[in-house]
Write a protein that binds this ligand. Structure first.
Ligand code: SAM
Length: 218
């Protein structure tokens, strides 16, 4: 298997990974203070190995990107990858997403949300862990600005149906028509021909069908 093209590593490798990591204290965040500017902030829930974060943040330096990941190995791997690129507009949090949205973010503080290949948790007793559940949408509705988009992709047909129903039933969101071009990161086509996340690359290679959604916070 050929190595995937990745972004070039900055010559001035950033030794300070800590700069990228959000403080752990319980208080709600002042995102302008966290990023050091008042640019719009987009969030990704479940960043995995961080590919989307580093591509999107590289392509759009005039926007900020906040990545959430609760699995320590993935979090550490993303942190190391992103720190090498010396990106100023990324912050990462080693947290569980629902409680982070609920406890750490102010109302209408985010401009977009990305959820790529969320874990399907197929067993019934694990459904309460799903990102696609009403109480998570309640929090997304609260923290997103009106008009913000939520982009979701899933390889799991049953879970995709659940996600569609949960969003369709929620008064805070409406479905948005879209075309394939809206799944590209502008200027990053060289790196994203096989997918914008590591799981997308893997699943496309395996030929798995992928369901995509874009929902808008009304
Ligand atoms: C299937 S992986 C997809 C990773 C990445 N989005 C991609 O497409 O390559 C799902 C990721 O979401 C993370 N995750 C799942 N539930 C989470 C939660 N409640 N809070 C934070 N991260 C979560 C997992 O640890 C895992 O890294």
């Amino acid at each position: 298997m050929n190595a995937l093209p990745d972004l070039p590593v900055s010559e001035s490798r950033n030794p300070d990974e800590l700069r990228l990591v959000l403080p752990q204290e319980a208080a709600p965040l002042d995102l302008s203070a966290v990023f050091g500017n008042s640019q719009e902030v987009e969030i990704e829930i479940g960043i995995g190995k961080g590919r989307f974060m580093l591509l999107a943040a590289s392509a759009q330096p005039d926007r900020n990107f906040l990545g959430l990941e609760y699995a320590r190995p993935y979090f550490e791997q993303s942190l190391a990858r992103i720190a090498k690129r010396n990106l100023k507009n990324v912050r990462l949090a080693h947290v569980e997403a629902f409680s982070f949205l609920r406890d750490r973010l102010a109302g209408e503080s985010l401009a977009a949300c990305h959820i790529y290949f969320p874990d399907p948790w197929p067993k019934k007793r694990h459904h309460k862990r799903r990102t696609g559940r009403a109480e998570v949408l309640d929090q997304l509705q609260r923290v997103l600005k009106p008009g913000s988009l939520v982009r979701i992709a899933s390889d799991h047909a049953d879970y995709a149906l659940v996600i569609r129903r949960v969003f369709a039933d929620h008064p805070g969101f409406r479905s948005v028509d879209f075309d394939a071009a809206q799944w590209e990161i502008p200027g990053m086509e060289e790196y994203t021909t096989h997918g914008v996340t590591n799981f997308e690359i893997k699943y496309r290679r395996e030929g798995r069908p992928i369901t995509r959604f874009i929902w808008q916070r009304v």
